[in-house]
Design a protein around this ligand. Sequence first.
Ligand code: HMH
Length: 222
Amino acid sequence: MPITCQSLLQTHPAAWKRATTHPFLIGCHSGTLQPAQFNTWLVQDFLFVKAFTRMVGRVLAAAPDDHIDVLLAGLGALKDELLWFEAKASERSLNLATSIQPTCQRYCEFMASLAIAPYPVQATALWAIEYAYNQGWQLPGPMPKPYTEFADRWGNPGFTDYVRLLAAQADAALTTASPPVEAQAEVAFLRVADLEAAFWQMAFAPGDEGTMTKWGDEEIAG
Ligand code: HMH
């Protein structure tokens, strides 16, 4: 039995839960998040999306012919997303030429490192990155203003369909992957899950995201 996106989620529920549920998202939902925390995330996520766009370009370069269409649509949406981030930053008078934080830097280095990975590994990582936001922004339930449009960006039905197509493409690539490549895809999935959890945490403890932070009654691993 080849591994699939679904089997990875089933094998690693705790890692995936840490990637997609966090006090940051609960705080958006309840309106208790500090604007400064949201702004930290916003600026770092813009830097992330620029590096992610380059990664998708490299995935496209490695993809079989019948996967090109979906990836090109993804790149088209990213063009719009980068402009949207610039507009959101300008509304909030944020400087996007800010220095990258260590957690964001680690995530960008991981994405750059995928350039030499076999295509099934790249396709699995791409799906995991997009699915993390697709789920993360939807799980708390409807988001109040000013966060509604952020939740909609990654939770809207069109994006959800796109993530399903990415899963189908990763699954197709994984059917012919050798056991070592399957193992590499699983490691990449877990690395995405860890980096996603740390990325949320960055808004709470800038520069200190490797430590445990007390939040109410829950210990949140950074
Ligand atoms: C950290 N993960 C992070 N940022 C994003 N914008 C996405 C995933 C989805 O594109």
